[in-house]
Design a protein around this ligand. Structure first.
Ligand code: DX5
Ligand code: ZN
Length: 221
């Protein structure tokens, strides 16, 4: 995790009948992290994957596994995801009454700790996490599905959080997730984001996932 900017490829849009190949393709095309979207059907309407898939990804790739927990009461599962081989675990502030305590617990299990906020959640609610978090994630869609339209109002939220992180000299990654493509990535980069999640723009690229990675990489290298 030494680059200034990182590209995190969300496997939510990958072809799961060929998950190993899909991950190998994006890895050799130069993606930095693999983003795993965990959804429980409660915090978000969709149900996706759990520790079993993280453990599978861990066997497929050496890349950091950037695990995004869109689940109620995430502290119940942190240990299972850490054991499965997650590199980083990112929890929603909306699901954590004690966000600092949850981030500390994640770190105590040897993982990088991230905090994320939904589009409608006030920016102030993530500020208590700044000193503990290795990563702050700003959603630029309502979480639940890949392939949604980017919410332009999230650009100002990223700028605001960038200023606040700089003010406390935080070195946390500022990650953005949702509708990130060749049009929106430069706007989020200009606003101060340093880590970019993309599912559709990578795995549904008409020229294939390697071309998707290369097109996004060209904007951050
Ligand atoms: C959305 C997930 C995202 C999603 C992004 O709830 O957290 O990571 O996979 O998909 P795209 O890049 O298609 O918006
Ligand atoms: Zn995500």
């Amino acid at each position: 995790m030494t680059n200034k900017y990182v590209l995190s490829s969300s496997i939510l849009s990958a072809d799961f009948s060929r998950l190993g190949e899909e991950i190998a393709t994006v890895e050799s095309a130069g993606v930095d992290w693999i983003h795993v979207d965990v959804m429980d059907g409660h915090f978000v309407p969709n149900i996706t994957m759990g520790p079993f898939i993280v453990e599978t990804c861990r066997r497929i790739t050496k890349l950091p596994l950037d695990v995004h927990l869109m689940i109620e009461a995430p502290e119940r599962y942190i240990e299972a995801f850490a054991k499965a081989g997650a590199t980083g675990l990112t929890v929603h502030v909306e699901t954590c009454p004690d966000i600092v305590g949850t981030l500390k617990k994640i770190k105590s299990l040897g993982c990088k700790a991230g905090a994320v906020l939904n589009p409608e959640t006030p920016v102030g609610s993530i500020q208590p996490a700044f000193m503990e978090a290795d990563l702050i994630l700003v959603m630029s869609v309502h979480p639940g599905y890949s392939g949604q339209s980017f919410m332009p109002e999230s650009i100002a939220r990223v700028s605001e959080i960038r200023k606040k992180l700089d003010a406390v000299r935080s070195s946390a990654w500022l990650e953005v997730d949702g509708g990130i493509d060749v049009q929106t990535l430069p706007k989020m980069k200009e606003a101060g984001a340093t880590a970019f999640v993309a599912a559709t723009a990578v795995f549904k690229n008409p020229q294939g996932p390697a071309a998707g990675v290369k097109a996004l990489r060209a904007l951050i290298d």
